[in-house]
Design a protein around this ligand. Structure first.
Ligand SMILES: NC(=O)C1=CN([C@@H]2O[C@H](COP(=O)(O)OP(=O)(O)OC[C@H]3O[C@@H](n4cnc5c(N)ncnc54)[C@H](OP(=O)(O)O)[C@@H]3O)[C@@H](O)[C@H]2O)C=CC1
Ligand SMILES: Cc1cn([C@H]2C[C@H](O)[C@@H](COP(=O)(O)OP(=O)(O)O[C@H]3O[C@@H](C)C(=O)[C@@H](O)[C@H]3O)O2)c(=O)[nH]c1=O
Length: 288
């Protein structure tokens, strides 16, 4: 295996990749935070590709502020579409395999059956639209890519729903959390493990895959599980989406079918409750 360049290395998934690479003693990964590698800087990227001649490129860089994206359309589009396109173009030139991360928010979320990779995309937010454009930009320049669509990422690292709930649970007497948006949380450590397994296996069944943890839940039930596992006492009230106005609209149903990832990538996927238990116990161990 040659070198593996990780873009967006200081974000949540980038840090999880570093964690799992350490655990697996994988030493060929080069972690590039935005300050060292801006995916909007083609000249800088060209220099990095020339220097490292990477076998694999992992794109963890993204504009992920879902509500803010509604006002910062150009910036979101630059990063999520044009940045992905820049990497894809260079991967094609250097014969590198691109592993790019996308989202359940490419779907409208109006259905009630687990979504497969070929289901119609119809984003209902700027973030979702620019991520879909990013998938298209990836496929425009190279065929040697894996696009992994994931959902509701959380971990010990960076900001995420689990850490927000733990903080708010300590600060407030009661919390109101949406129960009519259904999906599946994904422990970013599990996703990082999946990505590194693709690389270690040399799998070349390129294309788009869905990867979340197993199971289905709502944000309310997810919050309740977080509070139970962390023994946080806070009154948690289930509310409807309409009672929690946000700038961006989120899909009401974005559960993804992982059959393709399990069969073609050969990855085992833990249930969300099992992975949440691991994450909470690690978070509590670092606090103790
Ligand atoms: N978080 C989630 O719940 C989900 C995320 N995803 C996808 O997973 C991937 C990883 O997400 P996650 O790690 O949680 O996101 P984060 O927001 O934690 O990390 C994204 C990183 O990208 C960096 N970045 C932004 N712009 C650029 C740029 N121009 N050049 C280089 N780096 C840049 C950010 O830097 P800075 O912080 O300085 O802006 C940040 O470190 C993304 O593609 C996201 O769309 C999919 C589903 C769910
Ligand atoms: C903080 C909070 C949120 N919520 C709701 C709002 C929202 O519908 C849901 C999650 O809110 P957040 O803002 O944490 O998460 P959000 O930014 O919507 O999460 C999304 O991020 C992008 C990047 C993705 O790709 C998606 O898969 C998904 O993970 O919880 C409550 O109901 N009560 C609360 O107190």
């Amino acid at each position: 295996m040659g070198s593996v360049l990780v873009f967006g290395a200081s974000g949540q998934l980038g840090q999880c990749l570093a964690h799992v690479a350490r655990e697996r003693s994988m030493t060929d990964l080069v972690f590039l935070p935005e300050a060292q590698a801006n995916i909007l800087d083609p000249a800088g990227l060209q220099g990095l590709f020339a220097q490292y001649q990477p076998s694999y490129v992992i794109n963890c860089a993204a504009y992920t502020a879902v509500d803010k994206a509604e006002d910062e359309v150009d910036l979101a589009r630059n990063v999520n579409r044009d940045g992905a396109g820049n990497l894809s173009r260079l991967c094609a030139q250097h014969n590198s395999i691109l592993i790019h991360i996308s989202t359940d928010f490419v779907f409208a979320g109006t259905g009630n059956q687990p979504l497969v990779e070929t289901d119609e995309t119809a984003p209902i937010s700027v973030y979702g639209l620019t991520k879909l454009e990013g998938e298209q930009a990836v496929a425009e320049f190279t065929s040697r890519y894996f696009v992994l669509r994931t959902s509701w990422l959380y971990s010990e690292y960076a900001g995420n729903f689990v850490k927000t709930m733990l903080k708010l649970g300590r600060e407030r007497d009661e919390l109101r959390v949406i129960w009519d948006q259904l999906g599946t949380p994904t422990y970013a450590i599990d996703l990082a493990g999946c990505i590194l397994s693709i690389i270690a296996s040399g799998n070349q069944q390129f294309g788009t895959y869905h990867y979340s943890n197993e199971g289905v839940t709502s944000w309310y039930d997810f919050a309740t599980a977080i509070f139970e596992l962390s023994r946080t006492t806070v009154k948690t009230i289930p509310i409807r989406t309409a009672e929690y106005p946000t700038k961006a609209t989120r899909p009401a149903y974005s559960v993804m079918d992982k059959t393709k990832a399990k069969t073609q990538l050969g990855v085992a996927i833990p249930h969300w409750q099992e992975s949440l238990r691991v994450c909470i116990s690690r978070l509590m161990a670092t606090e103790a």
